[in-house]
Design a protein around this ligand. Structure first.
Ligand code: BES
Ligand code: MN
Ligand code: MN
Length: 478
């Protein structure tokens, strides 16, 4: 069986694969920060070279405009064997990473990857670096699977395309235009495969069938045209920080429900069947809270739903940043002329991010404090997405994971957002398989991000087996 030889190749050649991942993680591809523009491109070129090594022609597609250039998209295509009858698979991933700040909290520098030994009773052997699990490490799972097929059998036995973007962590500003411009080519694919999510444990593989959407707005409340002495002016004129916090505090009611009018109108509640299935997953809310330094009493959120339901099936609102006034050492008795906050909403089907952002701004306008004025900056987001749980492609992925892990995968959802999933469906008519290998304690977006080697290994094996499953399909969807 060629698949067995591919799996053997992966384990025999793991040290070299690890060195390759480390080389990629060394490149600081922070897409949001212009200071890293050249490095970000270097990370794209690196991915191109890996695809070329696997026998595909990797190319860079430029994005954006002359005035506002974007980061390149890595693209590759492989026609597959002449008599191939299975699905044309579009693999998506991202090579950009979140900024590594705050740097002082890293145990080792974010772009100097280190392999750390297992901690008894804690994390397994792991690689620590920015981008380890989100998403470079996970992208190497399919890059290595492609390489292993090529090296063992001389050819990759399926038809596939690869799209690795470099702006996922900074809002995917140019992705929609790219998908629209290449719609004819891209919509020839039959299914999209993404490895950018998680699973319950290193020995419990999972397929994610839903991600939440996001609507993100920055607000500035302007008051007096200058900073004021708080003794002379306090109590006589609006203090923008007092007023902003007073308004934002009204975003949640006593049951921690979001108070925007109509916010829940289009929310599809989880079915009884789903809620029962989720209960059976044995998720331990207290243990999760303990891992972030909290006791069981901290299990709070919208009344009437479990922690898992709140993450997977309920919309939320969070203030992600709030600032204004004097922040230096010591005391300064001042009333600042303005106050700011970054406010985001996680959304579920069928909420519309644009409608939510509009409704939030209208809600703020109705509450404009006397003498003050709002300024808004929309930071984008994306729609929620749910994918098919009964397709032949998903059955193929389940079998691949079962073979790779020796355990049947579970179906889960995630509270995170991957805007491209919604775009694949609405713009290209493509369904997506979210086959991810992260863990809840991977510190995604945070200092000391890690990817456990057991998860990485499983990811490479699962992709190798997914290729095998699809190669044996007798039509694109069976
Ligand atoms: N890979 C994450 C999303 C994720 C993480 C989904 C873990 C499921 C489990 C992705 O890179 C991400 O960070 N997405 C952003 C959204 C974006 C619009 C900036 C997010 O969820 O905040
Ligand atoms: Mn990601
Ligand atoms: Mn991310």
């Amino acid at each position: 069986m060629p698949a067995e030889r591919v799996l053997e190749y992966l384990s025999a050649n793991e040290p070299a694969a690890l060195e390759r991942m480390i080389a990629w993680l060394r490149i600081p591809s922070v897409s949001t920060d212009p200071a890293f523009r050249d490095e970000t491109r270097r990370a794209a070129q690196w991915a191109c070279e890996q695809l070329t090594a696997a026998g595909l022609d990797g190319v860079l597609h430029e994005t954006g405009t002359k005035e506002k250039p974007g980061h390149p998209i890595v693209w590759a295509h492989h026609p597959g064997p002449k008599d191939y009858k299975g699905p044309h698979v579009l693999f998506y991933g991202h090579y950009d990473v979140q900024p590594p700040d705050p740097l002082e909290l890293w145990e080792s520098p974010p772009f100097e990857p280190v392999v750390k030994p297992a901690i008894p009773g804690g994390s397994g052997e792991r690689i620590v670096a920015r981008g380890a699990v989100d998403d470079k490490g996970q992208v190497t799972c399919f890059l290595e699977a492609l390489r292993a097929w090529k090296e063992t059998t001389g050819d990759i036995p399926i038809k596939l395309s690869v799209l690795i973007e470099g702006e996922e962590e900074s809002g995917s500003a140019n992705l929609e235009a790219y998908l629209a411009a290449n719609k004819d080519t891209l919509s020839r694919a039959h299914v999209c495969v993404i490895s950018d999510t998680g699973m319950p444990s290193p020995t419990q593989p999972a397929i994610t069938y839903g991600v939440r959407g996001l609507a993100y707005t920055e607000v500035i409340l302007h008051g007096p045209d200058q900073d004021l002495h708080s003794g002379l002016w306090g109590g006589r004129a609006p203090n923008p920080i007092n007023e902003l916090t007073r308004v934002l505090a009204q975003l949640h009611d006593k049951d921690r429900r979001v108070t925007l009018p109509g916010f829940y109108d289009s929310v599809q509640e989880p079915t009884g069947e789903e809620r029962a299935a989720w209960k059976n997953l044995g998720f331990n809310a207290a243990a999760s809270l303990k891992s972030i330094g909290l006791g069981p009493e901290a299990d709070i959120g919208e009344t009437g739903w479990t922690a898992l339901e709140r993450e997977w099936a309920r919309p939320t609102c969070d203030i992600n940043g709030i600032w204004g006034g004097y922040q230096g050492a010591g005391a300064k008795t001042v009333i600042a002329s303005k106050a700011s906050a970054k406010v985001s909403f996680r959304l579920v089907a069928d909420q519309d991010p644009h409608a939510v952002a509009r409704s939030f701004q209208a809600w703020l306008h109705e509450r404009t404090p006397p003498g003050c004025r709002w300024e808004f900056h929309d930071h984008g987001g994306g729609p929620p997405a749910t994918v098919a749980t009964d397709s032949a492609h998903l059955r193929g992925a389940r079998k691949a994971l079962q073979t790779a892990a020796d355990v049947a995968p579970v179906l889960i959802k995630s509270g995170g957002s991957i805007p491209v999933v919604g775009m694949m469906r609405s713009m290209l008519g493509l369904d997506t398989i979210l086959m991810g290998f992260g863990l809840e304690d991977d510190r995604v977006h945070s200092p000391n991000e890690k990817f456990e080697l057991a998860c990485w290994r499983l990811g490479m094996r699962a992709h190798a087996m997914l290729i095998d499953e699809f190669s044996r399909f007798t039509s694109p969807d069976a």
